[in-house]
Design a protein around this ligand. Structure first.
Ligand code: FAD
Length: 404
């Protein structure tokens, strides 16, 4: 009897991820968590998927999706938070589900639920958190993470040159930020600047409408075309002391944020592999050449096996990293390893997916072209391959190969 894709997945009928989750990581989720993820799945399939190719081609973000996505209340859903915050494994699969559909949607959601939320969780004082966190969770305070600068990406720790000067009860910020995702629709920018007095990095919530703030869209991108990234200029921008994040007093505090954020990107890189793999598998089972389905050829099957191997290794990695983080274990090298390795897998998986779809794989029809192009941005943001490798190398040898 012929084995089908559906047979390969244990209990496929009740499972959300089927063959993409070969070793059944989904079994770590509770039924309530799976129900919330199924709600997200319905929304993505019905409302988001039909829009993706057009918006990607035009380089625009489908703004009409943001309010319904916010109303799904995915960050801390009521049914999952009766006894405390939503679990890490649920948060991971939420990113996986978004990225399996589209990398820009996952990046947009994670800018608030990961980057900005972590900035407030790690950087704000308990009193500030009390005031801001509820508004972060319900998106009534939308914020973005503004660290990278035009002249400093990988070397931002030493190179950060935006300045903050204290004048009485307020601060004056001057400088520029680059690549900031979601800035055009945010309320505040979480800006990292060097205190002119002590040379240490501090953080501020800057009102996007404040005098002296100007945003310019970065256009002409060939990757993550739907996601809007901004070049930001800060020219004598006044920020009250109350809007300084009181727990950020040096770059070490920023590094603590990055440790937590990188695991989210590893989940994005994993989800994208699932999306590309599923699209490729459906295509090769359908398309016929030489009188047979593409999926019946040995060379195509080898590529499917490699894609699944990459995806399964990535999913195993992020699940284990998340379990460690749930135990409170956060080390630079752990999230760096996950980001580096899942991104390597992702790059190969999306290339193989594109390849088995042939010429149609460079059109927006099947989804593989979108994943293939978007992978390049994900490969580079939140620490490039090299920088994450050097973080791991430093942990292994005790020698820092990249600091100034
Ligand atoms: P560079 O630092 O100039 O590096 C260029 C190349 O040189 C890379 O291959 C790098 O690995 C290599 N390299 C650099 N130093 C070394 C070294 N010591 N040894 C070996 N190789 C090295 N930033 C934010 O703050 N907020 C955001 O929301 C945000 N969103 C982004 C979204 C997108 C789509 C992109 C592309 C970027 C985003 N970034 C954001 C910035 C991102 O984090 C940086 O692009 C990234 O850190 C790399 O910096 P860079 O692009 O300046 O590259």
């Amino acid at each position: 009897m012929k084995t089908t894709t559906a047979d390969l997945a244990l209990g496929a009928a009740e499972r959300l991820y089927g063959v993409s989750d070969f070793y059944d990581a989904e079994s770590l989720l509770t039924d309530d968590e799976r129900r919330v993820l199924a709600r997200l799945r319905d929304f993505l399939e019905r409302d988001a998927k039909p829009l993706l190719a057009g918006y990607w081609e035009r380089g625009e973000f489908p703004e009409q999706l943001t309010e319904p996505l916010i109303h799904l209340n995915l960050m801390e859903p009521a049914e999952l938070t009766v006894h405390g915050p939503a679990r890490g494994i649920y948060q991971g699969f939420r990113i996986f589900e978004l990225a399996r559909t589209d990398a820009s949607l996952a990046t947009w959601y994670t800018a608030q639920a990961g980057l900005f939320r972590t900035t407030i969780r790690v950087g704000a004082s308990p009193r500030q958190q009390q005031e801001w966190m509820p508004r972060v969770l319900d998106f009534s305070l939308k914020g973005v993470f503004s660290l990278t600068e035009p002249e400093s990406g990988s070397d931002i720790a030493g190179g950060l040159s935006t300045t903050a000067r204290q004048e009485g009860d307020s601060w004056v910020l001057d400088g520029a930020k680059r690549w900031i995702g979601g800035a055009s629709t945010a309320d505040v920018l979480a800006v990292f600047a060097r205190d002119a007095a002590d040379g240490q990095v501090k953080a501020f919530l800057v009102d996007c409408q404040a005098p002296g703030v100007s945003l310019e869209k970065i256009s002409g991108k060939t990757s993550l075309r739907m996601m809007q990234n901004a070049h930001i200029t800060l020219d004598g921008v006044r920020v009250p002391e109350a809007m300084r994040l009181h727990n950020v007093n040096s770059f070490k505090d920023v590094a603590a944020m990055l440790r937590a954020m990188r695991s989210d990107v590893a989940w994005i890189a994993t989800g994208m592999q699932a999306g590309a793999f599923e699209a490729a598998l459906a295509y090769v089972n359908e398309r016929r050449q030489f009188g047979r389905s593409l999926g019946s050829f040995q060379l195509v099957q080898e590529k499917l096996a490699r894609m699944l191997g990459n995806l399964t290794a990535s999913l195993s990695l992020v699940v284990r990293l998340t379990e460690q983080q749930e135990r409170g274990i956060y080390r630079d090298q752990d999230s760096a390893l996950a980001k580096m390795q899942t991104s390597l897998h992702m790059r190969q998986t999306v290339a193989l997916a594109r390849e088995v779809v042939g010429g149609n794989g460079i059109t927006l029809d099947t989804g593989v072209a979108r994943f293939h192009a978007d992978a390049e941005a994900v490969y580079s943001y939140e620490g490039t391959h090299d920088i994450n490798a050097l973080i791991i190398g430093r942990a292994l040898t005790g020698e820092s190969a990249f600091t100034r």
